[in-house]
Design a protein around this ligand. Structure first.
Ligand code: CAA
Length: 380
């Protein structure tokens, strides 16, 4: 067993770290405060190959592995979890799904642009009454011969107002349950497709989250992804990989907060010494470092299993469950170590604490991860 990163992986991690520190950091507080989407930075991340990390170079991607993906996600998330969720959704939920299940024509038309950052992608599964209970889709896609007609509402869609292409999961045959669901590619601007108001969120405020409305949206037959009835499996497989990305995001948020707390504790003095010399603080740092390292092992193992072509539903759920818990708990501790300064925006940890919460909610809540894990335990 080799825990050492290769030279190539170290180079990739350092490139992401450098980009995060020089490009993401300067405006991150303002973007959070004003809810500004990082348009220019997304373009730059596209040029660096971060928008299609695992996509085959023949479709414009970087052809890297899942280990590289989590290294990049961790580094971006240490600084700006809003930027990293745009990267994660584009890579895991949109590019992966399209590359794995799409037709050659769909890949030529959409993937080549999504992988380079020319297009931004969105993944539309959640609905007002179907977030965790993903088979209870109310959005319908009626087969009209040469096209489908989509009607319904999708909620909490990342990049909802900024995307160029949307993967929309909809019910085509209610009687068939999870086998009566399909995934469709819908282009921005299609008649009947409306973007609702932007959500005013607790965290990841620089990302763009909307409700979407579909009123008789006509989608050509060739825009269905995969064989008829495969949409639910498509969504579940795609989300399994997405959970590796969000686990890496949570890991980055936790390690970013830990690094800030460690630095602060070595500078701030109280009772005649730097606060890191007080056991109350030193023990907090020890707990943080240990839990973050454990989370990193889970995230890396899930990514490694994906790279090896092994099943990763169980390991990605476990990585997301644990890393998001660590992110939430230890960003709170990072604020505590900063004392009053931790409550102030310029010290960054309050933002990381707010950003951490969503990692326990999106791409399946912690409770959903426990369903996936326990089902796997009981099946084996
Ligand atoms: N891979 C392949 N197939 C799978 C699968 C997987 N990982 N998981 C389930 N399936 C298949 C099952 O094998 C089953 O197929 P058969 O009928 O042929 O046996 C079928 O799908 C139905 O499976 P279940 O009965 O297990 O379905 P369920 O409704 O009970 O679902 C669940 C299980 C794990 C709770 C699932 O609904 C789930 O993951 N829910 C959470 C959804 C979610 O993550 N929502 C957030 C969405 S997106 C988001 O956050 C977007 C963003 O912008 C960031």
């Amino acid at each position: 067993m080799n825990f050492k990163l290769s030279e190539e992986h170290i180079m990739i991690r350092d490139a992401a770290r450098d980009f995060a520190r020089t490009e993401l950091l300067p405006g991150v507080i303002e973007r959070d405060e004003k809810q500004h989407f990082p348009d220019d930075l997304v373009k730059k991340m596209g040029h660096l190959g971060f928008m299609g990390i695992m996509v085959d170079p023949k479709y414009g991607g970087s052809g890297m592995d899942a280990i590289s993906y989590v290294l990049i996600m961790e580094e971006l998330s240490k600084i700006d979890a809003s930027a990293s969720v745009i990267v994660s959704v584009n890579n895991s939920l949109v590019c992966y799904g399209l590359e794995t299940y799409g037709t050659e024509e769909q890949k030529e038309k959409y993937l080549t642009k999504l992988a380079t950052g020319e297009f931004i992608g969105a993944f539309c599964l959640s609905e007002p009454e179907a977030g965790s209970d993903a088979t209870s889709q109310k959005t319908t896609a009626i087969d009209k011969g040469d096209h489908y007609l989509i009607n319904g509402t999708k909620n909490w869609i990342t990049s909802g107002g900024r995307a160029d292409v949307y993967i929309v999961i909809a019910q085509t045959d209610k009687d068939k349950g999870s086998h009566g669901i399909n995934a469709f590619l819908v282009e921005k601007g299609t008649e009947g497709f409306h973007v609702g108001p932007k959500e005013d969120k607790l965290g990841i405020r620089g990302s763009d989250t909307h409700t979407l409305q579909f009123n008789d949206v006509k989608v050509p037959k060739e825009n269905r992804i995969g064989v008829n009835g495969s949409g639910f499996r498509f969504a579940m497989k795609t989300l399994s990989g997405g959970r590796i990305g969000i686990a890496a995001q949570a890991l980055g948020i936790a390690s970013g907060a830990y690094e800030l707390a460690l630095k602060y504790s070595k500078e701030r003095k109280a009772f005649g010494t730097e606060i890191c010399n007080h056991q109350a603080i030193a023990f907090k740092l020890a707990d943080m470092a240990t839990d973050i390292e454990a989370a990193r092992h889970l995230v890396m193992k899930a990514a490694w299993e994906k790279d090896q072509g092994l099943s990763y539903d169980y390991s990605s759920a476990m990585a997301k469950l644990y890393a998001s818990k660590v992110a939430m708990e230890h960003t709170v501790e990072a604020v505590q170590i900063h004392g009053g300064n931790g409550f102030v925006k310029e010290y960054h940890v309050e933002r990381l604490m707010r950003d951490a919460k969503i990692t326990q909610i999106y791409e399946g809540t912690s409770e959903i991860q426990k369903i996936v894990i326990s089902r796997s335990l009981l099946r084996d």
